[in-house]
Design a protein around this ligand. Structure first.
Ligand SMILES: *[C@@H]1O[C@H](CO)[C@@H](O)[C@H](O)[C@H]1NC(C)=O
Ligand SMILES: *[C@@H]1O[C@H](CO)[C@@H](O)[C@H](O)[C@H]1NC(C)=O
Ligand SMILES: *[C@@H]1O[C@H](CO)[C@@H](O)[C@H](O)[C@H]1NC(C)=O
Ligand SMILES: *[C@@H]1O[C@H](CO)[C@@H](O)[C@H](O)[C@H]1NC(C)=O
Ligand SMILES: *[C@@H]1O[C@H](CO)[C@@H](O)[C@H](O)[C@H]1NC(C)=O
Ligand SMILES: *[C@@H]1O[C@H](CO)[C@@H](O)[C@H](O)[C@H]1NC(C)=O
Ligand SMILES: *[C@@H]1O[C@H](CO)[C@@H](O)[C@H](O)[C@H]1NC(C)=O
Length: 344
């Protein structure tokens, strides 16, 4: 308002109106957002159809699951493909789609229906995405710039500072790896590091299987955890950091996107980055010194006075967030080149 008055004062009413009209024409979406009614007039529930439930696990909850579990009203979550014509959003999980790319809805697509592309895998592990160019209106991925952002984990500010308890440490460092490939960068970094320091390795592929319920208790006995991502991409920070390191109470040594990208999600003193060292020998030296100085080691736990860690693992919860985000998502959007968007 103040802006409008100043404009009128400066250049007269007519010029001010012309200027305003030009601004509205240049930024129509912003103005539509401002004048749009907050609540929808219709009482028909929003229908969200999940075309292929992730990992082919069966979705058994009732149609009101979002209300029952998360108090989200007026939203039906369903896997019933007969609801296609009534769905406002159809969500496609890429992992199943890439197995059979022709498993897409047939027939005409209702006007205004939004197709949502869903994936938590990195571009390196995403196949046949080019064939999906021009199909989707929205994306839901671990990337911050997705229409719906679904990180693997997040930090929540504590309402009040608390004392931190650090699990008792008995060993230096560990790595749990389900898919060990000798030629991968992370395996090479591990191999080089292991020449200079003790690293206990667990996982199916190295024949030291760790049962799920032993995962966190085992890691928590180690001072450091190698949180090495399977591939390096912007924002691709997975449960290797959130669960295996943070939930276990072990200090992460990360291999992934650059430090600045990690710092968009977690405090700079909550992790050690492989790239901060010119060689594995230097990194190993740093870790061993840190381990010898309890005061310095404990500084990597200071952030926990202010934050708690939340893991996000529940697909029902993720799909229900579509209901709450629906009204604030862009109304006319098309991913003409989903491949390039995801690989950029
Ligand atoms: C899901 O349902 C299908 C068909 O009803 C059945 O064949 C399959 O075993 C079920 N899968 C799981 C994981 O329960
Ligand atoms: C799927 O939806 C159709 C149309 O609303 C309905 O007739 C059918 O009973 C539903 N099937 C299941 C298994 O709920
Ligand atoms: C792929 O999906 C299509 C359409 O649903 C189906 O007809 C076809 O049998 C599927 N192919 C495979 C290999 O599952
Ligand atoms: C934190 O630790 C200090 C010193 O041990 C103690 O005095 C204080 O009561 C503790 N605060 C909480 C919230 O536990
Ligand atoms: C591992 O060490 C070798 C020999 O020092 C070095 O050439 C190589 O670049 C290192 N590999 C990685 C991934 O850092
Ligand atoms: C341990 O680290 C602290 C903080 O950096 C430092 O003040 C102290 O001198 C170190 N202690 C030893 C024994 O090196
Ligand atoms: C959604 O995407 C489809 C396919 O590109 C497009 O035809 C349709 O117009 C888009 N819908 C909206 C509301 O923008």
């Amino acid at each position: 308002m103040a802006f409008l008055f100043r404009l009128i004062q400066k250049c007269g009413l007519f010029t001010a109106l012309v200027l305003l009209a030009v601004i509205v024409m240049l930024f129509p979406n912003d103005f539509r957002q401002i004048i749009k009614p907050v609540t929808s007039y219709s009482n028909d529930p929003l229908v969200v159809l999940v075309w292929n439930w992730p990992f082919l696990t069966n979705f058994t909850a009732g149609r009101d699951v979002c209300r029952d579990l998360y108090a989200i009203e007026n939203c039906v979550l369903t896997c019933n493909k007969s609801m296609f014509d009534r769905a406002s959003v159809v969500a496609f999980h890429h992992r199943e789609l890439q197995i059979n790319i022709s498993d897409l809805p047939r027939g005409t697509r209702p006007p205004n229906q939004k197709w949502l592309w869903v994936s938590l895998e990195s571009p390196s592990n995403t196949k046949r995405i080019r064939q999906l160019n021009g199909l989707f209106n929205w994306t839901m991925t671990y990337r911050k710039d997705s229409d719906i952002f679904i990180p693997y984990g997040s930090l929540m500010k504590r309402s009040q500072h608390t004392n931190v308890s650090i699990p008792k440490k008995s060993f230096l460092s560990t790595w749990v790896i389900s898919n060990y490939q000798k030629k991968s960068r992370r395996a090479k970094v591990y191999f080089n590091l292991s020449k200079y320091m003790q690293i206990d390795i667990y996982g199916k592929s190295v024949k030291r299987y760790l049962a799920k319920k032993l995962l966190l208790p085992t890691i928590s006995k180690y001072a450091f955890y190698l949180a090495f991502e399977n591939s390096i991409h912007k924002d691709y920070i997975t449960e290797k950091l959130w669960r295996n390191s943070f939930m276990a109470g072990s200090v992460p040594v990360v291999l992934g996107p650059p430090r600045v990208n990690y710092e968009e999600f977690v405090p700079s003193d909550s992790f050690i980055h492989v790239n901060d060292f010119p060689s594995e020998e230097k990194l190993a030296g740093f870790l061993k010194d840190l381990w010898q100085n309890r005061t310095r080691y404990e500084q990597y736990f200071n952030w926990r006075k202010h934050y708690t860690v939340k893991m996000h693992t529940d697909w029902t919860e993720r799909f229900c967030t579509i209901c709450t985000k629906f009204n604030s998502l862009p109304q006319s959007k098309i991913y003409d080149n989903l491949h390039d968007w995801f690989h950029k």
